[in-house]
Ligand binder design. Structure first.
Ligand SMILES: [Zn+2]
Ligand SMILES: [Zn+2]
Length: 76
C-alpha cells in the first residue's frame, strides 16, 4: 500500500500565527516584531535595515528571499 495523500480540504492550521513572538530567520533572534512571509520567512527590523536596499527597490514592498513573494511593509 502506498501512503495516502493528505486530505486536500483540510484547513491549514496556523502554526506560525500562534506564536507570541517572532524569530528572525536572518539573525535567529527572538524579536517583538518581524515582517513575515506566508512561506514562513521572517525578518526583523535590524536585519531589514541592514539589507534594506537588497530587500526592497522602492521602500514600499519587500521581496522574500526565500520564495520571491512581494510583501507589503504596511499591512500585515
Ligand atoms: Zn534579524
Ligand atoms: Zn516567502
Amino acid at each position: 500500500m502506498t501512503d495516502r495523500q493528505q486530505q486536500p480540504h483540510r484547513k491549514r492550521t496556523s502554526q506560525w500565527r500562534r506564536r507570541k513572538s517572532y524569530r528572525c530567520d536572518t539573525c535567529g533572534r527572538e524579536q517583538p516584531f518581524c515582517w513575515s512571509c506566508p512561506c514562513g520567512f521572517m525578518i526583523c527590523w535590524d536585519c531589514m535595515e541592514e539589507n534594506f536596499w537588497g530587500m526592497t527597490c522602492n521602500g514600499i514592498t519587500w521581496t522574500c528571499p526565500d520564495c520571491g513573494a512581494i510583501r507589503n511593509f504596511g499591512n500585515d
